[in-house]
Structures are given as structure tokens and as C-alpha cells.
Design a protein around this ligand. Structure first.
Ligand SMILES: Cc1cc2nc3c(=O)[nH]c(=O)nc-3n(C[C@H](O)[C@H](O)[C@H](O)COP(=O)(O)OP(=O)(O)OC[C@H]3O[C@@H](n4cnc5c(N)ncnc54)[C@H](O)[C@@H]3O)c2cc1C
Length: 402
């Protein structure tokens, strides 16, 4: 079978390596960059978080078509993913549930994947932007060549490609595929209001996403505060759970618990004890024992308490309000940071367009894989896992293994 894969990212590469198991397959990857796997090289802070022990947990992924996603996810399996990488010589190890290459270097993963493609005789054509596919009597014409199967693996706009990346959208339009409006995800959130006073603070927190009074998602980890918004892995993960197609009716807020280790009652007790034991101690000093100093000053100001004021002169009601601000500080969502700062593109081609083998329902012989589909995962290896899983599944179909 003559196969072409448009896009040499993780999804396209895994698909090619797998499909090449059948010696009858003649495979070409078309890649618009000067080399394949450029995004892989920047993943996981250069360490390439390939997968995660928890890939079966579908709540780590999001898609507009939740039920279809669940049916795909029933097949997610980290062990076979690990076995695959090991089988091609990319040995692996784990850190906090995330699977990484043993060599600890994303660039080496790209080199090894490229080498494997070479060993298997996969043709890689770089510096070519494919923007057209034509149907021709049961086959498809791509770049003036006839193919029996075409795999779309364009990826998304996030990260190194930036705002203006069209990521194969011309083809998607030509095929009239329905999509979910794309947006950046796994990125920072810009908030309303001036946050300069806490810019640069990093602190452990629980962050919760709300639309009005409806709780959507919570996560815990290191929160990073910037002069105009929130960032850090727990915030990145929240962005993967924002409502789709947000409009003026949405009322998005991020509730932050700055002291998740202590329950509210215990915190009240700490202030009450301080009042008894150190009545002349300033509120700033008391707060220093609980929170990061910069953050403490900001919260005191928000509560309308002068930092120099002795705790004995602060009314219990005011302290109660202060504790409320520590345990449940509300930031108002304004917008997301742009694609350049994002790790994934959320949205893309709807899962309703494909069958269980990632094959187009309307165009038999055309497959869609990876980030161009409306599936996005949290931080932790879930997106490279989905690229692997979808690429591997289609490769197996093309190699007659499924
Ligand atoms: C900074 C950063 C860090 C990340 N870290 C992690 C991590 O550690 N773990 C994790 O799971 N995920 C991570 N991700 C997300 C993950 O990298 C992607 O979800 C995944 O690589 C998507 O793979 P893909 O093959 O679907 O798409 P891509 O990697 O985007 O590949 C698509 C390829 O298609 C090419 N292309 C597009 N259109 C055309 C066209 N018309 N013609 C020819 N070629 C075309 C592109 O140039 C590109 O090479 C990270 C992302 C970023 C930006």
C-alpha cells in the first residue's frame, strides 16, 4: 500500500514506524519544517514526558465529544506504549507517574525516531507545505503522487509554531470537516485587576475553576503569580477544562486556596493563639509565619488591614475575613495567553468525523491523528501519549495488524 503522512510530529512518526511493519507498505512523510519532530525536542522542558501511568484516567483529557473520547480512552494503555518505545531502543523511566526517556533528553528521542524511520525505509520529505488533497477513483493525490491512504497529522498551533501557523487548516476546510473552535491550552490565564504586587511569587496552592457558582475542576501544585495573571502547572491544567465556545454568558473565576495544608478552623486557631501569645506582634509578622511575605502583604491589603497594626487591635470578624481570603481568593478570568505560550491547541477536528480506527467517516482511506483532533490532555505526558496512541492505532490498521 502507498501511504502518505502529512506532518512529522510524534503522531505521524509513530504511525509511520508502525505501518512500516508491513513490507508491502511504501510510506512518505511530508513535513513543512526543515526537519521532523521539532516540537518533540522542546517537550517536558527538554526531557520529553512521553506518557503517564494514569493515561486510563479519562478525566485527564478533554474533548467536546466526551462520550466518543471515553470510547477511545477505553483502549488507552501506558504499558504497551512503554513496550513500544523500549522495542525501538528508547528506554524509559518514571518520575511522579510521568514516563520519560532514560537518556533524559528530548533531542535524542527525535534523533532515535528519525534513525528508526531511516532503518525502515520511510521516505521523509521536508520543507514542504501540503495544502491540498484530491480524490481520484478510490485513491488520493497529494503533491502530484497517488496514495492509497493519507494520514493527516498536522498537530496544532501551540508552542513553537505560534499564532500564524495554519497547521493544515486549508486541507481541513477543503474536506469540509467539522471542528471545535481551537484555543490555546496548557497555558497561563490573564486575570482582571492589577497583580503587580504579587508578581514573581511561587507558592503551593489548590486552584479551582468556576463558571458562576458551578465548580468545574480543581488541581493542586505550584502556582506562579505574574503581574497580570496566573500560571504554573495547576493553572495550565485548569485551562484544559474551560467551557468550550466561551461567550459573554460565562463568568469564569479561579478560586485559590493559598494554604491548602491547613483547614480554615486551624488557621483561625493560629490567629487566635497569636493574639493571646503575641498581642503586640504586627499582622505582617503573624502572616509571615503562614504565607510568602509578598503574598501576605497583598492579602492584608485586600482585606483592608494595615500590616503594621498589632494583632490585638484587629477585630475577630476582620481576621475571619482575612482567613477567607487566604483559603478562597478569587481571581477573575480575562483571557488566555497566546498559542506561542501554550503547550497544546484545544479543539480541532471533531471526533464525530472519525470511526474507532481514526478513519474519516466521509473519506475512507483518510485518517486523522494527534493534536489536530479535538482531544487535549493535561500536563504530565498525556498529549504525547495521545499522539502515540492515535498514531500507533492507525499504523496498526495500515500494517494489517488490526
Ligand atoms: C513547549 C511544549 C512542551 C510540551 N511538553 C509536553 C510533554 O512533556 N508531554 C506531552 O505529553 N506533551 C507535551 N507537549 C504537547 C505535545 O508536544 C503535543 O501535543 C504533541 O507533540 C503533538 O504531536 P502531533 O504529532 O499531533 O503534532 P505536532 O508535534 O505539532 O506535529 C505536527 C507536524 O506537522 C507539520 N505540519 C503541519 N501542517 C503541515 C502541512 N500542511 N504540511 C506539512 N507538514 C505540516 C508540523 O510542522 C509538525 O511538525 C508540549 C508542547 C509544547 C509546545
Amino acid at each position: 500500500m502507498k501511504i502518505c503522512i502529512i506532518g512529522g510530529g510524534m503522531a505521524g512518526i509513530i504511525c509511520a514506524i508502525t505501518a512500516a511493519a508491513s513490507p508491502e507498505n511504501k510510506i512518505t512523510i511530508y513535513e513543512r519544517q526543515s526537519s521532523i519532530g521539532k516540537k518533540i525536542a522542546v517537550t517536558g522542558n527538554g526531557k520529553c514526558n512521553l506518557s503517564n501511568r494514569n493515561v486510563r484516567d479519562v478525566s485527564r483529557f478533554s474533548s467536546f465529544d466526551t462520550d466518543i473520547l471515553k470510547s477511545f480512552a477505553s483502549d488507552f494503555d501506558n504499558d504497551s506504549c512503554q513496550a513500544f518505545y523500549e522495542s525501538i531502543g528508547i528506554h524509559t523511566t518514571y518520575s511522579r507517574g510521568g514516563m520519560y526517556p532514560l537518556c533524559g533528553h528530548a533531542g535524542s528521542v527525535v534523533t532515535m525516531l528519525g534513525n528508526r524511520l531511516g532503518e525502515l525505509g520511510v521516505r521523509v520529505v521536508t520543507d514542504i507545505y501540503i495544502d491540498d488533497i484530491k480524490e481520484s477513483a478510490g485513491s488520493y493525490i497529494v503533491n502530484n503522487e497517488k496514495y492509497d491512504a493519507v494520514v493527516l497529522a498536522f498537530g496544532g498551533k501551540a508552542g513553537i509554531y505560534g499564532e500564524n501557523s495554519s497547521c493544515g487548516i486549508e486541507i481541513i476546510k477543503g474536506l469540509e470537516l467539522t471542528g471545535v473552535r481551537p484555543s490555546p491550552a496548557l497555558t497561563g490565564i490573564i486575570c482582571k485587576g492589577d497583580m503587580k504586587a504579587i508578581s514573581g511569587v511561587r507558592t503551593h496552592a489548590v486552584v479551582s475553576l468556576y463558571d458562576g457558582d458551578t465548580h468545574i475542576y480543581s488541581d493542586e501544585g505550584e502556582l506562579q503569580l505574574a503581574d497580570n495573571g496566573l500560571s504554573g502547572i495547576p493553572i495550565f491544567n485548569l485551562t484544559n477544562h474551560l467551557p468550550y465556545n466561551m461567550g459573554p454568558d460565562n463568568d469564569i473565576k479561579i478560586h485559590v486556596d493559598f494554604a491548602p495544608e491547613i483547614i480554615k478552623e486551624k488557621l483561625l486557631e493560629i490567629f487566635s493563639e497569636s493574639k493571646k501569645s503575641y498581642p503586640d506582634r504586627s499582622m505582617s509578622m503573624v502572616m509571615l509565619g503562614i504565607l510568602n511575605g509578598k503574598l501576605a502583604g497583598y492579602i492584608l491589603k485586600t482585606a483592608g488591614i494595615e500590616g503594621e497594626k498589632a494583632i490585638k487591635n484587629v477585630d475577630d470578624k476582620v481576621i475571619n475575613n482575612l482567613v477567607g481570603l487566604i483559603k478562597n481568593h478569587v481571581f477573575i478570568y480575562d483571557s488566555l495567553r497566546n498559542y506561542k505560550n501554550a503547550q497544546v491547541m484545544r479543539g480541532g477536528v471533531r471526533l464525530t468525523e472519525i470511526n474507532g480506527n481514526y478513519e474519516s467517516k466521509n473519506y475512507p482511506g483518510i485518517f486523522m491523528i494527534g493534536e489536530m483532533l479535538d482531544v487535549s490532555g493535561e500536563c504530565g505526558g498525556y498529549n504525547l501519549y495521545f499522539a502515540y496512541h492515535s498514531g500507533r492505532s492507525v499504523g496498526q490498521v495500515l500494517a494489517g495488524m488490526k
